[in-house]
Design a protein. Sequence first.
Length: 458
Amino acid sequence: MSKIKIMELKRTLSLSDSVALIFSSMVGSGVFFTTGYILNHIANPWLVITAWVLGGIFAICGAITFAYPAVIFPEAGGDYIYLKKAYSPVIAFMSGWASLTVNFSASISVLGIAFAKYIKFVFPVLNDLPSYKTKFLFLDIEFGFTQVVGTILIFFFTIINYFGIKGAVRLQNVFATIKISGLLIFILLGFSIGNIDTKILSENSLFPEVFQKLDLLVLGIVPVSFSYLGWNMVTYVAGEVKDPRKVIPLSVIIACLMVGTVYILINLLFLVSAPVAELKGQTGIGVIVAKKLFGENVSIFMSVFICWIILGSMSAMIIGGSRIYYAMANDGVFFKSLANLHPTYGTPTKALWVQASYASILIFFNQLEDLLYFITCAILFLSSLTAFIPFILDKTHKEKTDYKIPLFPLPPILYILANITLMILLAKDTPMNAIKGIGITLSAIPVYYLFRKSFVAK
């Protein structure tokens, strides 16, 4: 099947650009509420910290594993490209279809909604604005301030991306710099002048409780793993990275180590700021802890900072998702026009607009987070297939790269086992969600053959 590519994506992204993109993708609002959820199941602070350490290890394992096919096939599209090369175009399309219908699109919409909700913490008067709800078939539809702000943000970042990857990534660098600086300042001030109580840690011990409550620890790693997601963002723009064989592996390692260190320190600070009973089940643990450490007046600043973090994550998701649909169209298995690149800016403009339009429609449906839960098992399965690719490519493409996965084959094995564990836990907890997600993913098969038949016919 011939390709329809109009022009090549330009390789303009440096190591610092790639690190900033990954960091902004990984550090989202999840770190500010995940620990409150974990404490519902695990009361021992040391076990909570252990969950964050293990989550970081699994993230690094996944990152250095995915870097292997990325340096061999440094093209835009991430998983879609690797699954196509190693397995089949159908499996690759299933991954791309899941990204478009739910994974990336719904995530972008959820971030837009989250931003609008945190803005209401900063300006409480906005809570008085009217919101209109209705039902269409089995869908709950809502229209109000939250949806309008979210939609504006989606198109704002899409427009920035329209004018070139370099400008969009410059903005990511700003987001990442302020994120890193803000988190480090929060951690340093928290431990130095904050109202902390280290006795909370000394009253508990890691051993032997880690063995006695191993099942709870595994359960706690599930939400932690989601908070670490985003380490593979650079693989979606691999076609725009300078010297990808060097930059991609180095950027994922640097970003994962940075994020892991920050996450562990900030959660340690959370856990010494107040008794577990006061943090347990709190969805806004970041704001609560800030109040505990520095007083009531700091809550507004914390809410603004979380809004900033959300913006960086949304911008990164818009960059990554559009490259998947560009790659699909470039292979002739999706709308041809999505393979077009802007003659001046070199961006997949139509892929960006389609993504923005679809995400702005999804933002009006209240089942968004349910959709993300539906698709999780299918995404974990496809990610496991991607993680197995180094075993396939190690022989067939050995001569194309000097990059070796550190401690191979341990990282891909650990990552695959972690994914299988998460799949089992999620399927056991909500079997219907898993079935629905698999159904959404399998619906890609007839769509794939429909597009392929249409393309071949022309």
